[in-house]
Design a protein around this ligand. Structure first.
Ligand SMILES: *[C@@H]1O[C@H](CO)[C@@H](O)[C@H](O)[C@H]1NC(C)=O
Ligand SMILES: *[C@@H]1O[C@H](CO)[C@@H](O)[C@H](O)[C@H]1NC(C)=O
Ligand SMILES: *[C@@H]1O[C@H](CO)[C@@H](O)[C@H](O)[C@H]1NC(C)=O
Ligand SMILES: *[C@@H]1O[C@H](CO)[C@@H](O)[C@H](O)[C@H]1NC(C)=O
Ligand SMILES: *[C@@H]1O[C@H](CO)[C@@H](O)[C@H](O)[C@H]1NC(C)=O
Ligand SMILES: *[C@@H]1O[C@H](CO)[C@@H](O)[C@H](O)[C@H]1NC(C)=O
Ligand SMILES: *[C@@H]1O[C@H](CO)[C@@H](O)[C@H](O)[C@H]1NC(C)=O
Ligand SMILES: *[C@@H]1O[C@H](CO)[C@@H](O)[C@H](O)[C@H]1NC(C)=O
Ligand SMILES: *[C@@H]1O[C@H](CO)[C@@H](O)[C@H](O)[C@H]1NC(C)=O
Ligand SMILES: *[C@@H]1O[C@H](CO)[C@@H](O)[C@H](O)[C@H]1NC(C)=O
Ligand SMILES: *[C@@H]1O[C@H](CO)[C@@H](O)[C@H](O)[C@H]1NC(C)=O
Ligand SMILES: *[C@@H]1O[C@H](CO)[C@@H](O)[C@H](O)[C@H]1NC(C)=O
Length: 313
């Protein structure tokens, strides 16, 4: 009503007003619909976000175990001033239901030369938080990256079948050797390697018998999303990466079964929304749920997938 008064006071014809309103409805369905139905992402009575990060079911937290599926409990940790969502020891940055991926922040490992006592100090980080959970590190995007003018970084992988070491050598012996290195990770100051399919535990370490600090005070190693990482020579000439985290990508699944098998048990099948579909993951991890084409929302909640407004009018 408000809009009509406003519009007619500007002498629009009623046809134009109607067209305008129709257009508004079509282009901003979520805004116009917000008053009637809130598209909640978590179960009734459960928190919807932690520290500004939306936490959609099956992820969740709180004292009520109905707020999350087993394996999907987020630790919403409050340090007195703000809250941060954790999955084990990794910080959750973003959860995508439609891709079955969670963006996390992983600590950077380092080896640093300490001239005071002429020794090399290490902070080496590993993660076994995923053991009991339906997660793996995304094998397409994540890269193991080693930075420095003389470093061998190792990554011990564990996947469902075996455990082994991978890694790479980052060379370069002077600032001059870095002249063409900025922006590309090709072995001078920066090396990178892929991780195998199915990796759910990682353990980062350096070769303690091989290190050189002629370029910078520290060498670094990390697992990170290669799409988001660009080597900047500043990373090894300064200590700006010390104590930092870098973004990496988890793949997750509801259960280690395929849709066809999961669907036979209606009490455990996770795709409970109308207008949702079950998707088998090519990673072999299991299945996830998705809203059907044209629908949006949370397929893990009853009525979670909402249609476009023009269909529900
Ligand atoms: C849905 O979310 C709104 C706002 O976040 C909240 O006030 C309401 O209680 C939620 N509804 C349910 C059923 O949890
Ligand atoms: C939650 O995360 C914080 C910060 O990492 C940690 O200190 C705490 O022990 C965790 N709590 C649980 C229940 O895992
Ligand atoms: C709490 O965490 C926030 C975000 O990580 C940080 O900016 C703040 O300094 C922390 N506060 C305390 C008291 O540790
Ligand atoms: C988080 O994920 C949602 C859903 O995939 C996406 O729309 C949004 O842009 C992401 N936000 C950030 C900060 O990455
Ligand atoms: C270097 O070693 C000295 C002596 O053990 C110590 O006091 C100092 O904190 C160390 N420096 C760094 C950057 O770790
Ligand atoms: C040098 O100092 C560091 C930091 O205090 C310490 O961790 C390391 O053990 C010391 N190394 C030697 C050889 O004393
Ligand atoms: C480090 O690199 C410099 C420059 O190439 C070389 O002179 C030195 O021997 C190297 N040190 C070690 C421990 O490899
Ligand atoms: C490092 O050198 C020591 C002594 O030579 C040797 O015992 C150890 O196995 C070496 N470690 C690695 C990782 O090569
Ligand atoms: C490396 O390249 C990036 C992107 O072009 C630029 O922002 C950065 O300043 C460069 N670093 C150095 C040390 O020149
Ligand atoms: C179906 O799922 C429920 C809940 O997870 C479980 O208790 C039950 O054993 C399952 N039934 C079959 C036939 O697998
Ligand atoms: C990953 O491994 C699983 C299980 O071993 C297999 O089914 C799947 O095809 C593999 N995916 C890729 C992309 O290699
Ligand atoms: C889920 O649906 C969206 C939109 O229909 C699509 O972009 C996305 O690729 C689907 N996800 C999977 C895992 O199939």
């Amino acid at each position: 009503m408000q809009e009509i008064k406003y519009a007619s006071s500007h002498a629009y014809t009623s046809t134009a007003v109607a067209l305008f309103l129709l257009l508004l409805l079509l282009i901003s369905p979520s805004k116009t619909k917000a008053a009637e139905s809130v598209n909640n992402i978590s179960r009734p009575g459960c928190p919807e976000s932690c520290g500004g990060v939306p936490i959609p079911y099956p992820f969740g937290f709180g004292p009520n175990p109905n707020c999350f599926m087993p394996g999907f409990e987020v630790n919403c940790s409050n340090n007195g001033t703000s809250s941060t969502p954790y999955l084990g020891e990794t910080i959750v940055l973003n959860i995508s239901l439609s891709s079955g991926q969670t963006r996390v922040n992983m600590p950077v490992s380092k080896q640093c030369y300490n001239s005071t006592n002429n020794s090399v100090d290490y902070i080496e980080w590993g993660s076994d938080v995923l053991t009991s959970s339906p997660y793996m590190f995304n094998p397409e995007k994540n890269k193991f990256v080693v930075l420095g003018g003389g470093a061998i970084g190792y990554l011990k992988f564990t996947n469902y079948h075996y455990q082994y070491n991978g890694g790479c050598i980052s060379g370069g012996d002077s600032l001059e050797s870095l002249i063409n290195a900025n922006g590309s990770c090709t072995g001078i100051g920066c090396c990178q390697t892929s991780i195998p399919n199915g990796t759910y535990i990682i353990d980062v370490s350096f070769d303690h018998n091989f290190s050189n600090f002629t370029i910078g005070p520290c060498n670094y190693a990390m697992l990170t999303d290669g799409d988001e990482f660009t080597f900047d020579t500043k990373y090894i000439t300064t200590e700006q990466l010390s104590g930092q985290h870098m973004p990496a990508l988890f793949d997750w699944a509801i259960a280690n079964t395929k849709c066809a098998a999961a669907q036979t048990n209606s009490s455990s099948f996770a795709c409970v929304s109308e207008n949702s579909v079950c998707v088998d993951l090519s990673s072999g991890l299991g299945y996830i749920c998705n809203c059907s084409m044209g629908y949006k929302g949370n397929p893990y909640l009853k009525k979670g997938c909402q249609g476009p407004l023009c269909l529900s009018l």
